[in-house]
Design a protein around this ligand. Structure first.
Ligand SMILES: [Zn+2]
Length: 94
């Protein structure tokens, strides 16, 4: 049985469900691991490797900028985890 409790508050929220990671592991949709994975997917899909300042409607922070921000706010371990997750996702698309 997958643990559906919320990483933030410990409650089971309405709509919480089991979700399957790329490696086949099941986790809760409010778990820390799912939060990490969805963040990595978002970074890979949304943020550019390099910012294009001539196109202000495109994201004006790079993946690297974002990871540095995570490092400042949440620490080295969180930043390393995010880097690993982004790399794994990126490799899975090759
Ligand atoms: Zn919660």
């Amino acid at each position: 049985m997958v643990d559906l409790r919320c990483h933030g508050c410990g409650q089971v929220h309405e709509g919480a469900k089991a979700v399957t990671l790329d490696d086949g592991t099941e986790v809760g949709s409010y778990s820390q691991r799912w939060r990490e994975i969805t963040e990595a997917r978002w970074v890979l899909k949304t943020l550019p490797l390099k910012v294009n300042k001539r196109r202000p409607k495109t994201p004006q922070i790079s993946r690297r900028d974002y990871i540095m921000g995570v490092q400042d706010r949440r620490g080295q371990l969180a930043a390393d985890q995010l880097k690993r997750d982004i790399l794994a996702l990126w490799k899975a698309t090759k």
